[in-house]
Design a protein. Structure first.
Length: 131
């Protein structure tokens, strides 16, 4: 409808199937994920990007690919991911190396609990569980 909604910092915005809008904003040294202007996740950093929303899962990049589902954060164990897309039960990843880009297809079941250092830097503003 052309009305101003909110400011989005260094990120994209995506809609889920229910027309909820998700986006990141920079607040101080924190990246903050919003759903319909309501904060749902906060972590230290200056870079993140929502890449996909499938069901209740929000997939976002912050050097690694993370999946946030109902207060649970999981990640893929790969670094330098610059883009990703969920296709059925697979994850298509684009990574950058020292001399080239690479594309790989991974099984979506490869997500696992984030390392303890990731737990220290990622906080949710909703009920938080680790898996």
């Amino acid at each position: 409808n052309g009305k101003y909604y909110d400011t989005i910092d260094l990120s994209s915005a995506l809609f889920d199937d229910n027309k909820n809008i998700y986006y990141f904003k920079q607040i101080g040294n924190k990246r903050v994920l919003f759903r319909n202007k309501q904060e749902i996740l906060r972590f230290d950093g200056y870079s993140s990007k929502i890449v996909d929303i499938v069901g209740d899962s929000i997939y976002f990049l912050s050097n690694k690919l993370y999946r946030y589902t109902n207060g649970v954060i999981e990640r893929l164990p790969y670094d330098n991911i610059i883009d990703a897309k969920i296709v059925d039960d697979k994850v298509v990843l684009v990574a950058i190396g020292s001399t080239n880009y690479s594309v790989s297809i991974e099984d979506i079941t490869n997500f696992s609990t984030a390392k303890i250092e990731d737990f220290d830097r990622i906080k949710t503003t909703t009920k938080f569980r680790y898996r």
